[in-house]
Design a protein around this ligand. Structure first.
Ligand code: KG4
Ligand code: ZN
Length: 373
């Protein structure tokens, strides 16, 4: 495969990611240092702690990414970095690191929108590695790595964002709908805390829900008419009420009367049942609206991305409904759905090919909207 070799840096939230990606598609290395364990103790991300951890890890992550790809600086065509949206302090670490590398090595610098990265993760595939049975032989076998086809509908569901967009070509987006309050991942994290499942809530709720034997508790769905918008804050309030009712049955004090971190005294069967009901509510709305959008825009592919796309039930259900609708679903491996450098390398390659170059005055844009400058 040909195309530029992009060194890509992601540090917008709580993962320090650096990757080498060729031609916007082929991953030569993709190293992620996660701060999840560190933030779990606090029950969420502490921005100052996150920025300091990026500083601590960014050099070792770069070294590992370069080594893993077997590349030297001479091979690299551009440096891409997430410029927003995200936490200001975290973004600044990656941006300034990218600027220093681009300046020192005289490489072009490209600023990338994090959300565009989540969309472009759908184009990624592993490079063939000699002796590695998992990837050997796949590099040229496009059949195993289908490429999204335009027009497409992209659903991005992460900890900070939830939106549906239509793409008729590369780098162009028509926003179909977005959350009017909380992001889907945020709802998972908050309800995970209410259930005493810890942080991050997404993977914990998925695991708990898988063990549910009773499935009787139904959580509300916010359909918002026939719009493509989403709302999850009412669901969070309903979850509080439902959890409190369950706590009462089990003879536990109300949530309001216990410190949040001590809320995890519900029996595991009850936790599982409530996790299941909550997850069903979120996924039902996400899947239903995405399939309707795909049908109404005559999409030829559906692309799914963002941390919540690592959810196995969401992947399976959307895949099944996409088959019924006759539209292929492209969903990256779970590790490419959560924040990583490779997705920034994929989007960065297209921005680079379009002639975009950032100067050394590139700044963090904590509230950067999708693909608007
Ligand atoms: O995209 P991401 O890694 O970071 C942001 O850009 O926000 O998404 C993180 C979010 C968190 O809210 C996390 O709970 C959620 O993705 N998440 C999941 C799963 N894995 C991560 N949600 C549901 N099921 C999962 N398996
Ligand atoms: Zn993200």
């Amino acid at each position: 495969m040909s195309g530029p070799l992009v060194l890509a840096i992601e540090s917008s939230c709580d993962e320090t990611g650096i990757a080498l990606v060729e031609g916007g598609r082929t991953i030569h290395s993709n190293v992620v240092a996660s701060q999840v364990a560190m933030h779990a103790a606090a029950g969420g991300i502490v921005p100052e702690v996150a920025a300091r951890a990026h500083l601590r890890w960014i050099v070792p992550v770069l070294d590992e990414a370069m080594e893993g790809a077997g590349s030297g600086w001479a091979d690299i065509d551009a440096v891409a970095v997430t410029r927003g949206p995200g936490l200001a302090g975290s973004l600044l670490v990656g941006i300034n690191f990218a600027k220093a590398l681009a300046f020192a090595w005289q490489k072009p610098l490209v600023g990338v929108n994090h959300l565009e990265g989540h969309v472009y993760a759908a184009w990624l595939r592993e490079a063939k590695r000699a002796g590695d049975p998992q990837t050997a032989g796949t590099v040229d076998a496009d059949a195993g790595w289908p490429e999204p086809v335009f027009p497409l509908v992209a659903l991005v569901v992460s900890g900070g964002h939830t939106f549906l967009a239509e793409m008729r070509d590369h780098l162009t987006y028509r926003l179909l709908g977005q959350t009017v309050d909380d992001a889907a991942g945020e709802a998972f994290d908050k309800v995970g805390r209410l259930l005493g499942l810890g942080y991050p809530g997404g993977p914990a709720i998925m695991r708990a829900a898988a063990g549910a034997s009773a499935r009787d508790v139904v959580f509300p769905r916010a359909w918002l008419g026939d719009t493509y918008d989403f709302s999850f804050s009412g669901l969070k309030t309903a979850a509080r009420r439902i959890v409190d009712a369950a706590r009462q049955v089990e003879g536990l004090p109300a949530l309001a009367d216990v410190p949040a971190v001590d809320a995890g005294q519900l029996s595991s069967e009850r936790q599982a049942e409530l996790a299941y009901g909550f997850q069903e509510s979120v996924l039902d709305v996400l899947v239903t609206k995405t399939i309707r959008a795909a049908r109404e825009t005559s999409a030829r592919s559906i692309v799914l991305g963002g941390g919540v796309a690592a959810n196995r039930i969401l992947r399976e259900r959307l895949a099944a409904r996409a088959v019924e609708a006759g539209v292929p679903l492209i969903v990256p491996a779970p590790a490419l759905c959560t924040d990583n450098g490779a997705m920034i390398g994929a989007a960065g390659a297209w921005r680079f090919a379009a002639g975009e170059r950032a100067g050394l005055d590139l700044d963090a844009r904590p509230s950067l909207p999708l693909a608007r400058r």
